[in-house]
Design a binder for this molecule. Structure first.
Ligand SMILES: [Zn+2]
Length: 378
């Protein structure tokens, strides 16, 4: 699996190392799954290795759980190394309950690259499965090594095939997205189509498992039903997030700092708030920029602080005390638009930004709430 998530969980877990310079983390939830795999796999090991002690079979089952996740890590590394090759920054890989996540910070520029970054993961898993299968043919049976290699080739085959299913957030979904993108020349259409396929997959997974367990003469298998509901909800949530991203992207062209800007009036810092607000109303301006006595902007009046100041206090508070000093990151070119605008705002989170023309003249003030309004109702 591989996702491009803008959000950053506070602590992804324990840092394990930096293969190829990519930080790898293991989430504490992995321990739950390791315990679960060890517990359910131990009877299989005991069956294949008659005469071995219980402790040995549990140990072998645990070693299998570890190697399974090593193969998942290799799958994720394949995505990341390919992404790096195309010049995309990779933040990290996290191994967690349901597998692994690669956080790649930018999208590939072309559908072909998108396809390749997605495809190398399952390709690597299927490659490992092939090597494992070949090895299991020559390793003597009823040995610990044989049990491990046999189960690992089979698990990697499942990981490879499952990830090829054509729906986001699975790799197959990204390959489908690349295909639709190529056909329609529109990445947003690609994302939306692959996301709807993902939702379809989630429903099919639950309905399929439920159908199988309701077949006549079948005992309902609660374990696999629970597992399929867990997987299906993971796929549904991932697909819905992708759909959300597609909707946000579709609104991007409307996002232009210049058209969203509020007209701003200049005020010197010692002016009382009530007076500054009166001037702003008179000029029909939606924002106030604090300037020094030469007229150079030094700060922006903070809307939230203004709103929090009670009416009767406003004649006694100066605008200077309610303003945020203009750091260079709060001054943006008026021509900024789309994702570059979002990036610039994300770089320096603030309620207001000063928009300037190329020559340095003040154009107006961009209020973050106005930008968010473009996306509300998405
Ligand atoms: Zn993958």
């Amino acid at each position: 699996m591989s996702t491009q998530t803008p959000q950053r969980p506070a602590s992804p877990g324990l840092r394990m190392g930096r293969p190829f310079g990519i930080p790898v983390y293991v989430s504490p939830t992995w321990l739950i799954v390791a315990a679960f795999i060890t517990y359910t796999f131990q009877p299989v090991v005991a069956n294949s290795l008659p005469g071995r002690g219980t402790l040995t079979t549990y140990l072998v089952a645990f070693v299998f759980a570890v190697f399974l996740y090593v193969s998942v890590l290799l799958h994720e590394l394949a995505h990341c190394v390919m992404a790096r090759y195309f010049g995309l920054p990779v933040r990290r890989i996290t191994l967690y309950l349901l597998g692994g996540v690669s956080e790649i910070e930018r999208e590939p520029e072309t559908p072909a690259r998108e396809f390749l970054v997605a495809f190398v993961g399952p390709l690597l898993s299927l490659g490992l499965a092939g090597i494992g299968f070949a090895a299991s043919m020559v390793i003597p049976e009823q040995t610990i090594l044989h049990v491990l290699v046999w189960q690992l080739w089979f698990s990697n085959a499942i990981v490879g095939v499952f990830n090829l299913l054509p729906g986001l957030p699975l790799d197959g979904g990204r390959m489908l997205r690349a295909g639709v993108w190529k056909l329609t020349r529109n990445p947003i259409t690609g994302t939306a189509a692959a996301a709807w396929f993902g939702r379809g997959l989630a429903v099919a997974l639950v309905v399929g498992t439920l159908g199988l367990s309701l077949l006549p003469g079948q005992e309902p298998d609660w374990g696999s039903l629970l597992w399929s509901v867990l997987l299906a909800s993971f796929i549904w949530v991932g697909a819905s997030q992708s759909l959300q991203v597609a909707k946000v992207r579709a609104r991007m062209p409307q996002l232009q700092a210049r058209t969203l800007a509020r007209r701003a009036i200049p005020v010197t810092p010692e002016v009382p708030l009530a007076e500054a607000m009166r001037r702003a109303r008179e000029a029909q301006a939606g924002a106030m920029v604090v300037v020094d006595h030469d007229g150079h902007p030094t700060a922006i009046v903070n809307e939230a602080a203004v709103a929090a100041t009670p009416e009767h206090r406003r004649p006694w508070v100066t605008v200077g005390s309610l303003s945020r000093t203009l750091e260079p990151s709060l001054v943006l070119p008026a021509d900024l638009a789309g994702e570059s605008l979002i990036d610039a705002m994300r770089e320096a989170p603030s309620g207001e930004y000063l928009l300037v023309e190329r020559g340095g003249d003040v154009y107006g003030v961009l209020v973050t709430a106005d930008v968010n309004r473009v996306f509300s109702g998405v």
